[in-house]
Design a binder for this molecule. Structure first.
Ligand code: NDP
Length: 340
């Protein structure tokens, strides 16, 4: 079957495309331009010489009718995975243009286009986020796949909050569309926290990594003489290879076709990242902070959000998530082989 993956050049989407090609799906990936897609195509052709991977150009997901052409043209598309959404910071635009509109309009554009032009599509998966689940600074509530972030756009005062609100509003818009429009397809969302893990292809490694992995660099760059680097981050994380799996589950596991897939590997805190780096990379000794090695567990309990993902995991045959240590080691091995 043929799968349309939006934002195919993204960090997570590349891993999603990888899982799909490995399982012999045909994939049409959207990218802003052919030129942006070309290196990816070459990498995938190298990895899977018989892969059926093509590009559909969608320069801006927020533009009216952005997806109409591709969905009209490719009546063979059976599944749609919508991953594209802005996730970089320091954009030189008002927050609404930079985050809210592309997130919300991009999502509604594709859902409307499927309903209008592609009634043969049976399953849609939208990449949402823990951003749509959590509540800022709440370390006591046990978040589940039924939790919703109460954030209001009017209260947004920085970029991170603008991103968080954009993801919350986009998922709300998708669910409202689903209830009101009653389309032919099933709708699942994937709601991961910080997504860590290696770039699918070494050639995608850049000095400044993608937004979520760059948080690891943030910890590694804390001055070694810093006396309390321990509390950096205070979040949850999951490995990108598991996030990619979760995008394929709704196509293959009927119980997950309509789910809100909240997935978490475990807590993410600066001290734990420092411990993993200090334990695994002797070459970093002295260059990175040490903090207080033994405080990691206590800090995780104190400052990371609480969660229960059994709702998703039980339906996914008790899936075991890749532990943080492997995610961090794999990111840093790849990173240090290019920038040491
Ligand atoms: P990336 O920035 O690597 O990928 C985002 C993709 O979306 C890129 O291909 C980007 O293209 C595309 N895109 C963004 N805005 C537009 C637009 N207006 N028009 C066309 N294409 C656009 O980030 P991730 O892979 O990390 O994120 C993928 C998805 O996962 C997003 O929906 C994100 O919100 C979600 N997510 C990510 C988490 C994480 O920790 N990484 C956590 C939870 C959710 P281009 O590069 O050309 O702009």
């Amino acid at each position: 079957p043929t799968v349309l993956v939006t934002g195919a050049t993204g960090f997570i989407a590349q891993h999603v495309v990888d899982k799909l090609l490995k399982r012999k799906y045909r994939v049409i990936g959207t990218a802003r331009s052919e030129a942006k897609f070309a290196p990816l195509l070459e990498n995938f052709k190298g990895k899977y010489p018989n892969a059926d991977l093509t590009c559909a150009v969608v320069p801006d997901i927020a533009a009216p009718d952005a997806f109409d052409r591709v969905l009209k043209k490719h009546q063979e598309i059976k599944y749609v995975l919508h991953t594209a959404s802005p996730f970089s910071f320091g954009l030189d635009k008002p927050y609404e243009e930079a985050y809210l509109k592309p997130a919300v309009n991009g999502t509604l554009n594709i859902l409307h286009a499927i309903k209008k032009y592609a009634p043969q599509v049976t399953n849609v998966v939208v990449t949402s986020s823990f951003a749509a689940v959590m509540k800022a600074n709440d370390t006591t509530t046990v978040f589940t796949n039924e939790s919703w972030n109460p954030i209001k756009w009017e209260d947004v005062s920085n970029e991170e909050a603008a991103y968080v609100a954009s993801k919350t509003y986009a998922e709300q818009a998708a669910r409202k569309f689903y209830e009101e429009e009653k389309p032919n397809f099933k709708l699942a969302t994937v709601n991961p926290p910080y997504v860590l893990g290696p770039q699918l292809f070494d050639s995608s490694v850049t000095k400044v990594l993608n937004s979520s992995n760059e948080a690891l660099n943030g910890v590694a760059h804390v001055d070694p003489s810093e006396t309390s680097p321990q509390k950096q981050i205070c979040m949850l994380s999951v490995d990108v290879r598991d996030v990619a799996e979760a995008h394929v589950w709704p196509l293959e596991v009927p119980e997950l076709a309509n789910e809100r897939e909240f997935i978490v590997a475990g807590p993410l805190i600066g001290q734990r990242v420092l411990n993993i780096l200090n334990d695994n990379f002797p070459e970093l000794k002295g260059k990175i902070a040490k903090g207080d090695y033994d405080s990691a567990e206590k800090l995780e309990k104190e400052c990371c959000p609480k969660y229960d993902v059994s709702g998703t995991v039980n339906k996914a045959h008790n899936y075991k998530f890749i532990p943080l240590e492997k995610s961090v080691v794999d990111v840093y091995k790849q990173y240090l082989s290019k920038y040491n």
